[in-house]
Design a protein around this ligand. Structure first.
Ligand code: ADP
Ligand code: MG
Length: 395
């Protein structure tokens, strides 16, 4: 397959090379920005009238993900199509794949959509994950090994940012939690003593070329990513190497095309286990927009277009602070924007807001990247920024 070159019109065609995105959220928006910088035209399909990605793409098709007319229009308008979230119906990707280049493939996205299938894939790829049991019926519920308790019951599908999860410490609590989750298919995972959470981003081309970023150390608050630090301050080189090798193995075993994020737990006893993966650029990779010579979004564009994938080079120590809607509610009155002018007075601060009109608690509104010559300097500035924003000093 020849690469889809950006900019100039393809021979015999009058329009610019065009990339399509399923989904109009912030990941789609940052993908569109990267694609446009390279000279591609972008089309976003999203059901909402106004969306972060829909408002920056050249064309926004306002349609449901399974609307056949909308999908046909997307396929007609675009040379290649990607998705910005994993819960897009696999059928939508399959429909498009019959007409256009689609990456990642529907089959790979389907693996990431289901925790049980995902864990089976990790096992097949030779990568250890948390001890767990799949619960889809009363027999499996009764048979769940009590050694998995205390544990976390997670819905197999549609979970994100800690949603669809219940912590359980007895078989009675487990049964009650499964009933609360409406008895949908679930995975019961043993609660593990986490020392550090980390993630690895890889990008893989259709020709099998595979590149990766350094290990990212992640701090979550209330199930939502709060801070990412690169280099990872608390991860020894041997553990980092193990995580990178595992992430590459997982991508190869899927014959994956595009950017893939693999999340890991490094445990108190020194073991490294894989947690989950996302078939797309990831919140923990947002630092690459300012701290590396090629961002995760540009790598996604390149992989989709069949362009070469350069080995990314981190040129600055980086800390990323997620900016949730809660920051707009620090005063007594209505929502007010944080003091960006004071934050941006700090050296090496890069603000990215996603164009969401309304701030809400827990809503991802943007992120702040801090870059510096040394990890210590990046950390110190990030701590100052966090203090100005009223964020905890727990990193
Ligand atoms: P989500 O899809 O919502 O990101 P995760 O499975 O990544 O779901 O869980 C969210 C967070 O909950 C993790 O980042 C981690 O902090 C915590 N967590 C999840 N599973 C476990 C586990 N088995 N043991 C300890 N903590 C866990
Ligand atoms: Mg997660």
């Amino acid at each position: 397959m020849p690469a889809l070159l950006p900019g100039a019109a393809t021979l015999g065609e009058s329009r610019q090379a065009t990339l399509g995105v399923l989904g109009g959220g912030q990941l789609g928006r940052m993908f569109v920005h990267a694609a446009q910088a390279l000279g591609y035209r972008c089309v976003v399909l999203d059901p909402d009238a106004v969306s972060p990605a829909g408002s920056v793409a050249e064309v926004h098709i306002k349609a449901d993900y399974l609307d056949s007319l909308g999908l046909a229009r997307l396929a007609r308008d675009c040379d290649a199509i990607t998705t910005e979230f994993e819960n897009v119906p696999a059928l939508a990707l399959e429909t498009l794949a019959g007409m256009r280049v689609v990456a990642p493939a529907a089959a790979a996205v389907a693996v990431c959509q289901d925790r049980a299938v995902e864990k089976a894939h990790f096992k097949a790829a030779g990568v250890a994950c948390a001890p767990h049991a799949v619960i889809t019926n009363d027999i499996e519920l009764a048979a769940a090994d009590p050694a998995l308790l205390p544990g976390i019951l997670k819905t197999s599908r549609m979970g994100y940012d800690g949603k669809g999860q219940v912590r359980v410490s007895s078989t009675a609590e487990l049964a009650a939690a499964w009933a609360d989750l409406k008895r949908v298919p679930c995975v019961l995972e043993q609660m593990l003593p986490l020392k550090v959470e980390l993630s690895v981003l890889v990008a893989r081309g259709a020709d099998g070329q595979l590149v990766n970023y350094p290990v990212q150390q992640n701090l979550h608050r209330g199930g939502i990513l709060a801070v990412t630090e690169v280099p990872a301050p608390d991860v020894p080189a041997a553990v980092a190497q193990q995580a990178i090798a595992a992430a590459r193995q997982v991508a190869d075993a899927l014959a994956y095309v595009g950017v893939l994020c693999v999340e890991f737990f490094w445990l108190d006893d020194g073991r490294l286990v894989v947690n989950e993966m996302a078939p797309r650029p990831h919140n923990s990779g947002h630092w690459t927009m300012n701290g590396a010579d090629v961002s995760q979004f540009e790598l996604q564009v390149r992989a989709l277009a069949g362009l070469p994938l350069p080995e990314p080079r981190q040129h600055s120590a980086s800390v990323m602070l997620n900016l949730l809607g809660d920051l707009w509610f620090s005063g007594d009155g209505g929502p007010t924007p944080p003091a960006w002018d004071r934050v941006l007075a700090l050296p090496g601060t890069h603000l990215h807001l996603y164009g969401k009109a309304e701030a809400r608690h827990g809503r991802k509104m943007g992120h702040l990247n801090v870059t510096a010559a040394t990890p210590q300097a990046a950390h110190a500035v990030a701590a100052e920024a966090a203090a100005l924003l009223g964020l905890p000093a727990d990193f």
